[in-house]
Design a protein around this ligand. Structure first.
Ligand code: GLY
Ligand code: MN
Length: 339
C-alpha cells in the first residue's frame, strides 16, 4: 500500500520517531522519513524501517521521490495537510492522490498489547498525580485563583518536567465548571466550593485523561464518592456517577458506540437533566488525546477488544455549576476495564 503522512503522531506510529517538521512516505515495501537537519541525529538513531532523508525543502523532496517512483495511487488524509503543502507535493506528479479521512486514526483504533501497557501506565501515573494534586490543593489551594491552581496542576501532572501533558489542565470552580472546556479565571477557591479538574499526562507519547468533580473541603480527595452540602449539586452528581458506572459496567465488545453513549445518556435524561448533558459520552485515547472510537449518539462504530476510550458523562447548569466524571477504559475479553 502507498500512503503519505504529515501528522506528527501518525508518523510516530509508523516508524517510532517523529518531530514537528517531518513527512513520511510509504511506497509498498519502501518508506522514507523526511526531515530537516535539526533532527538528523535523533532521526538516525530512532527511525525504524524507513530511510532517513534530510532536506530543508520537505515538500519539494517528497515530490521528487514520488515523481521517481512508478506507482499509480497514493493515500493521504486531507485533515493532515495544508493546501500549500499538498499542492507542492502533488505538482506535476502523475499519480492519483486518494483522500481518506482519518486514515491513521483508523489504523490506530485497536491498540496492540504493547500500546495497552503504555496507555495503562499513563492512566496510572495520571491517577497518582491527582492524589498529589488533592493534597497540594487542600494544603495550599484555598484563596488561590484558577490561574494559579491551573499552573500548580501543570507542575504536578508533569512531575515538574518529567512528563508532557495531554492538554492544558482544566481547573474550574463553581459556575465556571458549567463550561465543559472552561478556561481559567480570577475566581478563588474557597472552602466547600465545587471544584472540577480535568487533566492528563503523556507516558511514552500516549495520553491519559481523567476528570473529577469534588466538594473542596479540608479532607477532599479526587475520588468518585463525594458528599456535597448543596442538595441540588448532590442530585446532579449522583446522576452523573450512576451514568458513568452504568456505562463501565455494561459496555461490551460487539456493541455500537451509540449504544455505549445511551448507557450514560438514558440515565441523565430520565433524571431530567438531558438538556444539560451537552457533549458525547467519550472519545478514544492514544497518541492523540481525541481519537477513535468516538462514543457519541450517532456513532455506528462497533466496539471491539483492544479499544481504549473515555467514559465522561456530565451535567452543566449554566451560571451555577458543572459536573463531569471521567475515566479511561480498555475493552478486554469483551468488557470495559478501568485503566
Ligand atoms: N479531557 C478533555 C476532553 O476530553 O475534551
Ligand atoms: Mn476526555
Amino acid at each position: 500500500m502507498n500512503y503519505m503522512l504529515k501528522d506528527e503522531n501518525a508518523i510516530y506510529y509508523e516508524c517510532g520517531y517523529s518531530c514537528d517538521n517531518a513527512l513520511y512516505i510509504r511506497l509498498g515495501l519502501e518508506a522514507y522519513f523526511i526531515t530537516d537537519s535539526r533532527y538528523t541525529i535523533d532521526a538516525d538513531e530512532n527511525v525504524m524501517d524507513a530511510e532517513v532523508v534530510i532536506d530543508g525543502d520537505l515538500y519539494g523532496r517528497a515530490q521528487k521521490i514520488l515523481k521517481k517512483n512508478k506507482i499509480k495511487k497514493i493515500v493521504f488524509d486531507p485533515k493532515e495537510w495544508s493546501v500549500s503543502g499538498f499542492e507542492k507535493v502533488s505538482q506535476n506528479v502523475k499519480i492519483t492522490f486518494k483522500p481518506e479521512l482519518d486514515f491513521s486514526h483508523k489504523k490506530r483504533i485497536i491498540k496492540s498489547d504493547e500500546e495497552l501497557k503504555i496507555v495503562a501506565k499513563a492512566a496510572k501515573l495520571g491517577a497518582k498525580a491527582f492524589k498529589h494534586l488533592a493534597k497540594e490543593f487542600r494544603t495550599n489551594g484555598f484563596g488561590k485563583d484558577e490561574y494559579t491552581l491551573t499552573h500548580v496542576a501543570k507542575g504536578i501532572l508533569g512531575d515538574f518536567g518529567k512528563y508532557t501533558l495531554s492538554f492544558d489542565p482544566i481547573v474550574a470552580i463553581n459556575h465556571n465548571a458549567a463550561k465543559p472546556h472552561a478556561t481559567p479565571t480570577a475566581t478563588k477557591l474557597e472552602k466547600n466550593d465545587l471544584l472540577l479538574v480535568d487533566a492528563g499526562l503523556k507516558y511514552k507519547r500516549y495520553c491519559s485523561d481523567r476528570t473529577r468533580t469534588v466538594q473542596a473541603d479540608n479532607y477532599f480527595m479526587f475520588d468518585t464518592h463525594q458528599k456535597y452540602k448543596r442538595k441540588k449539586i448532590q442530585k446532579a452528581y449522583d446522576t452523573v456517577l450512576k451514568a458513568h458506572d452504568n456505562a463501565i459496567a455494561k459496555a461490551r465488545s460487539g456493541m455500537k458506540a451509540k449504544k455505549v453513549d445511551a448507557l450514560t445518556r438514558d440515565i441523565v435524561e430520565k433524571a431530567g437533566y438531558g438538556e444539560y448533558y451537552v457533549h458525547s459520552t467519550g472519545h478514544g485515547v492514544g497518541l492523540d488525546i481525541h481519537e477513535m472510537p468516538y462514543i457519541s449518539k450517532k456513532s455506528n462504530t462497533i466496539i471491539e477488544d483492544g479499544m481504549v476510550y473515555t467514559i465522561e458523562p456530565g451535567i452543566y447548569i449554566p451560571n451555577e455549576f458543572g459536573i463531569r466524571i471521567e475515566d479511561m477504559v480498555a475493552m478486554i475479553d469483551g468488557k470495559a476495564v478501568v485503566l
